[in-house]
Write a protein that binds this ligand. Structure first.
Ligand SMILES: [Cu+2]
Length: 281
């Protein structure tokens, strides 16, 4: 490969990288709460739990990179310095107490250094401190149902909106539901997850929540949503035929808007013989 070819290669690679960076930077803001084409990295965080998950991820990435580089350097050193040509008479030493203690103790210390922030995060995610309201989520084959025990027991089923050619362009495919979940921002919300048939999993990446919905059990999680917007999630436990078709759509709104939505749901429930399966779009 001549110098000119290398320069040309480099130019095309850096051009592609530049285009890629621009693509990432100009990803439509409206789609920020869901995955988009050619996405790199994770969805932006919308809760403190997810912020902390991201921080731990970054810390681990640094540790992993350092270890990988160190091991690679050792391997290269051995290959170059101690190959059969340069080192024809190999050493017969088979023990070195200091070295053996070091390569046992250092990995233990690295694991402890990882375990401390990891457990701290695990307990932070575990339960809401002083929850202001509760959302109960139930997984079914193949849809979700929701209950708001602290808000007049509003409850409804939420099913996928299948592809509709009349939908305005830009609406996310296979992520929309007929009855989106409404939640207030800036509110500590306890989330209880259960199931009725097989194991599902309520997964909302932007909130950092992935909770199994298990029959006869109630799993707990929580969220305090940072900002208004529409957030999407999916069942991420293989649960059967229509596993990919039970999306989660959450509209995070202001406390006032949420209160208004609750009132609307309650009124509709009174009219509709006690069941509040109200289309809210
Ligand atoms: Cu499922």
């Amino acid at each position: 490969m001549g110098l000119a070819t290398i320069t040309k290669e480099f130019r095309s690679i850096s051009g592609a990288l530049g285009a890629f960076a621009m693509l990432a930077a100009t990803a439509p803001a409206a789609l920020a709460e869901q995955a988009y084409d050619w996405q790199l990295g994770m969805q932006p965080a919308a809760s403190e739990v997810r912020d902390r998950i991201d921080s731990l991820h970054h810390e681990l990435l640094i540790i992993i990179t350092a270890i990988t580089v160190f091991v690679l350097a050792l391997l290269l050193w051995v290959m170059v310095r101690f190959n059969a040509k340069r080192n024809p008479v190999p050493s017969k030493i088979s023990h070195n107490t200091v070295l053996e203690i070091a390569w046992t103790l250092i990995p233990v210390l690295v694991l402890v250094a990882i375990a401390i922030p990891s457990f701290r995060l695990l307990y932070f995610m575990d339960k809401a401190e002083k929850a202001e309201m509760t959302l109960k989520v139930t997984g079914h084959q193949w849809y979700w149902s929701y209950e708001y025990p602290d808000n007049g027991n509003v409850n409804f089923e939420s099913r996928i909106v299948v592809d509709d050619k009349n939908e305005p362009a830009g609406n996310p495919r296979l992520l929309q539901t007929d009855n989106p979940v409404f939640l207030p921002v800036g509110t500590t919300i306890r989330i209880l997850v259960s199931g009725t048939d097989v194991i599902h999993s309520w997964f909302v990446p932007a909130f950092g929540i992935q909770e199994y919905s298990v029959i006869g059990r109630v799993n707990e999680s929580w969220v305090k949503i940072d900002r208004e917007g529409t957030y999407y999630g999916q069942c991420n436990q293989i649960c059967g035929l229509n596993h990919p078709f039970m999306p989660i759509e959450i509209h995070a709104v202001s406390k006032q808007e949420f209160a208004a939505w609750v009132e609307k749901q309650k009124k509709a429930a009174e009219k509709g013989a006690g069941t509040a399966a109200v289309a809210s779009r």
